[in-house]
Design a protein around this ligand. Structure first.
Ligand code: UDP
Ligand code: GLC
Length: 379
């Protein structure tokens, strides 16, 4: 099967990293069409996945931007749509990986008579999107997509609650290669030395910097923890959240935590950095659709504390393979950090359990088989 993947982003967010793993097995039978240039294109190339930047001019792509804005820019970009329609004729299937890709993919599907699959990486609720945005996404998916792949039960439920057709939606979790998440002890020591982490209890946060990812909650929690606890913030503002970045730096300064918080920016050595942490924190204040970082922490054998909402509840069972806290509650988060600092043995047992179960449950080979099966059943 020849698949034409579409993604609006030039930057590697979670949906894009997931797409790399999905497209890879198709080799030259796949093409990833992007609406913007950037680091994501390079990652696809490194993975030997055919990629083309299709937009002739930059589209304003904000992850949380409205679809109306998206449609306007798409309207200005007739050349992009024409290109996508033409390309689509060379493939058996159009696979839209983001919402603006769904808009363009729906049009291309109509004109090229190719079926459309929509990989839903979002919780389509009012908490995340405007009413208009929701309506457009649901209507296009209902009318134009033959299959909607939701990244969690939570995303599937929200899709149906927003009016999405239950007969076209299936859940497939993100897949991972567990081997990538094994790091040598010597590499860990080196990294700890380089970052000045020795003798500290390091809480890592691995996410793009965005208000709903809740880095501010972790900083507030840190202020309530003993002085040996430090925080490493890994990730950058990918979709224009510069004000939030300023706000985070200000918060750190106001709380006098400059020596206990490191901002590392966007990094590609996530497994190594996670391995150098004592605990990984996930702090989203709105329901997380899936949460790749949670599974990644598990695969690294690191304890995870995560905000109890959305897809996270399908990944973490409190006290069994991680810890759950109420979203937006720094006091509760601080309490879990302190428990992990003090109860090292039980915390290590929980992290080991998580590693074992996550390696089986989210294995990329199994996940790719599930997708291949869904595609061959439908098309
Ligand atoms: N990530 C990365 N470098 C960074 C920060 C994050 O490669 O500096 C990766 C992280 O390992 C994860 C993805 O970005 O695989 C984020 O996915 P997630 O599902 O956690 O959240 P999203 O940003 O997609 O909402
Ligand atoms: C999106 C979601 C995130 C999910 C990722 C991969 O970016 O925000 O929760 O893990 O897609 O499906």
């Amino acid at each position: 099967m020849k698949i034409f993947f579409l993604d609006q982003s030039g930057k590697p967010g979670g949906a894009e990293l997931c797409l790399i793993d999905i497209a890879k097995p198709y080799g030259d039978r796949a093409l990833v069409g992007l609406f913007a240039d950037g680091a994501f294109k390079e990652l696809l190339q490194q993975n030997h996945i055919p990629v083309e930047v299709l937009a002739t001019q930059a589209i304003q792509v904000h992850k949380e931007g409205t679809l109306v804005q998206g449609l306007k820019s798409v309207g200005q970009l007739a050349p992009l749509i024409t290109k996508v329609i033409k390309k689509a004729r060379e493939y058996d299937l159009i696979y839209a990986n983001t919402q603006k890709a769904l808009v363009v993919g729906a049009l291309a599907s109509f004109f090229s008579h190719r079926p459309l699959v929509y990989h839903l990486h979002d919780i389509l609720s009012k908490e995340h999107f405007s009413q208009t945005n929701l309506r457009i996404a649901i209507n296009l998916a209902n009318r134009c997509a033959s299959l909607v792949i939701a990244n969690s039960q939570a995303s599937k439920t929200a899709f149906i609650q927003a009016g999405g057709r239950s007969d076209i939606v299936e859940v497939v979790y993100n897949g991972f290669n567990p081997k990538i998440y094994q790091t040598d002890e010597s590499d860990i020591n080196q990294l700890q030395q380089k970052l000045g982490l020795q003798g500290k209890f390091v809480v890592g946060h691995f996410s793009r910097l965005a208000p709903w990812k809740g880095q501010h909650i972790l900083i507030d929690a840190l202020a309530k923890c003993p002085p040996e606890v430090t925080v490493m913030l890994v990730g950058d503002a990918l979709f224009g959240e510069q004000d939030y970045v300023k706000q985070l730096h200000q918060q750190v300064a106001d709380l006098g935590l400059e020596n206990r918080v490191q901002f590392l920016g966007f990094r590609s050595d996530i497994p190594q950095l996670m391995a150098a942490c004592d605990l990984v924190a996930h702090t989203s204040t709105s329901p997380e659709p899936f949460g790749r970082v949670i599974v990644e922490a598990m695969l690294c054998g690191k304890p995870i504390v995560a905000a109890k909402a959305g897809g996270v509840m399908e990944l973490v069972e409190h006290g069994l393979n991680g810890f759950l806290v109420t979203p937006g509650e720094p006091q509760e988060l601080a309490q879990v950090i302190i428990t992990c600092l003090q109860e090292t043995e039980i915390t290590a047992t929980i992290a080991n359990n998580a590693r074992t179960t996550a390696s089986g449950r989210f294995d990329i080979a199994t996940i790719n088989q599930q997708i291949a099966q869904l595609l061959s059943d439908k098309f």
